[in-house]
Design a protein around this ligand. Sequence first.
Ligand SMILES: [Cu+2]
Length: 470
Amino acid sequence: MSLNRRLFLHSAAAAAALPGLRPLEALAANAPYELVAGVFKQRVRESGPETGVWGFNLQSPGPLLRFQQGEEATLQVRNRLPQATTVHWHGIRVPNEMDGVPNVTQVAIAPDTDFTYKFRLPDTGTYWYHPHQSSFEQVPRGLYGALIVEEARPVPVDREVIWVLSDFKLGPDNQPVEDFGKITDFGSGGRIGNVIAINGKAAGAQQKLELRPNERVRLRLINASSARLLLLDFAGHQPWVISYDGQGVPPRPLKAPLLLGGGQRTDLILDGSAGRGEFAVTDLRDKGTRLATIAYGGSPVRARVLGAPRAIAANRHPTLNLGKATRHYLAFEGGVLGMPAIGKVDGRTQDVKSIMEHHGLSWTMNYTAQHEHALMHEPLFQFRKGEHVIIKMVNRTEFEHPMHLHGHFFQVVAINNRPVKERFWRDTVVMAPRQDIDIALVADNVGEWMFHCHILDHAAGGMMGTVLVE
Ligand SMILES: [Cu+2]
């Protein structure tokens, strides 16, 4: 079966798995698979005019891409936007030149030109794709999509549901508020939208997640918001967590609301254990806003609710040896609250006021503020290929930062200097304000890799650097 035929069939299955929600459709296309970045209108809010959005293949989220582990993906990106763009494959351990970072791994794709990405998919799991060029604008306009690499033996479920969570900042006319790139957003919590969206449609009570009694659903959650962190509560239910950032974990009941920082993913197993009635899925970070309704209907799928799900087979990760790891430090300063930072911009040391006024930047990493890709100075770190490293991240700011490393997975090994007993492989971790987090990894993927905050306004405001592995 051809790649595109299979993508299409997968999408038909996924569409059936999204009752009441806008299906994520993969468009059938000729090989190589085409992703056309463009401008169009889409119904985001339930009422009023359609919204002008940017997206791939005339949809936001873009087409759902599904692959088998080990498969080679060929994705031809056609830029029909009024700006240059790139596509980054968040969480996928790609060769460096396929990582989609302008000026670091490639020249940005100019308007009306194309670029073909080609890479193997080494790991199973839930991933996503989005531009890395002017991402503080291009992502919140709607350019993102889910990318799933299937396990050879998937966890048995009755259905799968994918929620690409994001937000839009819309005026009363339902059009995007054209205020991208404000230094006040760069230096604070970021440009937060006023319409949370699930799969490109306004979240709310009308978004139905229909469940039959004792049905088992795999819910893949992706936070594609440019700045918003989510804290999800599933009233009346206790889903199982089976993976973080696409990497399987021993299944465990979700005992507290689920924090999902920008870029992060979590796969849940949601059982129709309540059997009847309606239940709210809410975001406790957004005043308990209802994002969706779990609504029961139909006859029971089985006599009783299922027990613990099977674990996902682990992806191939190196064995970390903390004893032989080299130690490194990364201080974060800046923002509109707290102590003023002093840092280097373009090789000149200055205070944060001057950094903001003259450079439109607000944050420093190791006392340096970087322009978004444009002038990458020294890498933050240089590692030998295969080096085991521990990076102590010291957050000297009053803000939280979902930190994302490209090309690798890492483990959180200590928080505020206390060792973490149970460690998981992740590609994005949320640092709380004033928190210290030690991450450990084996630098085994050669190249220059971004290491940046996934509040995309922070990244554009200076919280962006690179790690060189050679
Ligand atoms: Cu940040």
